[in-house]
Design a protein around this ligand. Structure first.
Ligand code: SF4
Length: 169
């Protein structure tokens, strides 16, 4: 795993993606939502655009279609544009998952979600998703919506009404 990470560092450097920060805390208001946490890696690309990279060590990785609408990566991009990493820049250069575990291929697998502004179908999808999520979570009740990528490792699956095991409760 450390070999893969070292390989990625060389690949990123060669591609002009400079490491700007590691384990950087952030907190930013996006409409009704407050997005906060610690991101694994912040990079600045050749054009000055900022990209958040999330390091993954699992054995599964999202499909190409899931990646295009990956909510966490979309939220990172919105956070960049809202100034969460203003010391590095406020233009989004996309966001990415760096697979370092069994989900990686022989060396590394960087799964890149393109910049929101470049989305050919719907550049506003991430903001709409965030607004919908914030509204839903502010309501008295909200509906569990299964998602292939996250349900498998969800810690409350046994009590989730959207899952067969949870429906028995
Ligand atoms: S198992 Fe239920 S609560 Fe967990 S991620 Fe899936 S839908 Fe959401």
């Amino acid at each position: 795993m450390t070999d893969r990470l070292a390989t990625y560092h060389r690949e990123a450097d060669a591609g002009g993606w400079r490491r700007a920060a590691s384990e950087q805390a952030m907190r930013v208001a996006l409409g009704r939502a407050v997005v906060g946490g610690t991101v694994d890696r912040v990079e600045v690309g050749p054009s000055g655009a900022v990209r958040v990279v999330d390091l993954k060590t699992g054995s599964r990785k999202p499909t190409k279609d899931d990646l295009a609408r990956h909510g966490q990566l979309g939220a990172y991009q919105l956070a960049v544009e809202a100034g969460a990493f203003a010391e590095h820049g406020t233009g989004s250069g996309g966001a990415a998952l760096l697979q370092l575990g069994r989900a990686a291929n022989k060396t590394t697998t960087l799964q890149v979600q393109i910049p929101l502004a470049d989305d050919p179908v719907d550049p506003g999808w991430a903001r709409e998703l965030l607004e919908r999520t914030a509204e839903g979570m502010a309501a008295a009740t909200f509906t569990a919506l299964p998602a292939r990528e996250v349900c498998g490792t969800c810690q409350v699956k046994d009590s989730c009404p959207a899952q067969p095991e949870g429906r028995r409760l």
